[in-house]
Design a protein around this ligand. Structure first.
Ligand code: SAH
Ligand code: SF4
Length: 335
């Protein structure tokens, strides 16, 4: 992945060249700079040499074809993964990474197990999306949603994440509406506060996964710094400012957080306007198993009975280890 220096390289050119290059990249979704015919040949060649556009060389497709995963090798040799989820209704969601690895070490997450290498630059985030936009263009489809649910904690890389969103939201460029972006966070309150101040109407999702601090701290060590009451108080301020709905993610882990008692406790926390819970099937890792469907059903019923808004999310792409929490770039050891 080497798109990063492209703006730098165009600095020596007249200003309109940058606009032309951006149009080629974001609108025409060129696969090689040679296709950017508005630019002079010598510049195209230089761009191809120094800022080549990613080719689908490390791409894996699930058996049902609904999930596609790509491994990106960054300029410094580190690797990140990105997943495309193709829904039946033609929605295409790109699940992007914001960091190489993750420093937060949640016990149920494969990314958390690999440790932390570094934050991604905004262009490294943008390129993950453009890659799949080009991929879909071949089938006359488009990226309709972008979720920050790949590797890493987006609010530990706030500036680059917001910069990437602003670039992809830009009307002159990729032009994806703000409402089509979602950030998932463990609840870094500073990030929630900053997001409330942005003029962007993007969606916020909080990884809750447990209704009490004792269990949540066991699953997510960061809960010691950002315990449930602190996170919910930041969310309440966010809602007061933005009047936007907030999603609470709750992965269903066998015999850990899926009892009726936990559902009752969760209902007490979640019974608020503009809160909604998303129950997520756990993608098994070495450490834990997924809850039985009957348990999930019962859990959902308890929440519904208590008047909590609740939805359910299924698995995507398990066979290519392309599901949430399974991204770890471990399949590829091209050191
Ligand atoms: N770091 C952020 C965003 C990336 S993780 C966060 O934690 O919110 C995106 C989502 O995938 C989070 O809700 C996370 O808890 C969840 N997740 C992690 N491992 C998972 C697994 N094995 N199965 C299902 N979801 C998982
Ligand atoms: Fe990091 Fe999110 Fe995985 Fe936790 S769940 S380790 S915060 S990527």
């Amino acid at each position: 992945m080497s798109l990063m220096q492209f703006q730098e390289l165009l600095k020596k050119e007249p200003k309109y060249r940058l606009a032309q290059a951006k149009k080629a990249l974001f609108r025409d979704l060129i696969e090689s700079w040679q296709e950017a015919t508005a630019l002079p040949l010598s510049l195209r060649e230089e761009l191809d040499k120094k800022c080549s556009i990613e080719k689908p060389e490390n791409t894996f497709i699930s058996k049902d074809k609904n999930t596609v995963k790509n491994l990106f090798i960054l300029a410094d040799g580190l690797k990140v993964e990105t997943v495309l989820m193709r829904h039946k209704d033609k929605r295409n969601t790109v699940c992007v990474s914001s960091q190489v690895g993750c420093p937060l070490g949640c016990s149920f997450c494969a990314t958390g197990k690999m440790g932390f290498k570094r934050n991604l630059e905004s262009w490294e985030i943008i390129e993950q999306v453009l890659f799949f936009a080009r991929y879909l263009k071949k089938e006359k489809e488009k990226v309709s949603n972008i979720v920050f649910m790949g590797m890493g904690e987006p609010f530990l890389n706030y500036q680059h994440v917001i910069e990437a969103i602003k670039t992809l939201n830009d009307k002159e460029g990729f032009n994806l509406g703000a409402r089509h972006f979602s950030i998932s966070t463990v609840g870094i309150t500073e990030g929630i506060e900053e997001l409330a101040k942005e003029k962007l109407q993007i969606n916020l999702a909080i990884s809750l996964h447990a209704p009490d601090n004792e269990l949540r701290s066991r699953l997510m060590p960061i809960n010691k710094t950002y315990p449930i009451e602190k996170v919910l108080s930041a969310v309440d301020n966010y809602i007061e400012k933005t009047r936007r709905r907030v999603m609470f993610e709750y992965i269903m882990i066998k015999d850990l957080n899926d009892s009726e008692e936990k559902a009752e406790a969760l209902a007490k926390l979640m019974k608020k306007p503009l809160y909604f819970v998303n129950l997520i099937s756990y993608n098994p890792t070495e450490s834990f198993k997924a809850s039985l469907p009957s348990k999930i059903k019962k859990f959902k019923e308890v929440l519904e009975k208590e008047g909590v808004a609740v939805t359910q999310r299924y698995r995507f792409g398990q066979d290519i280890e392309g599901a949430c929490g399974q991204l770890a770039a471990k399949m590829f050891s091209i050191e």
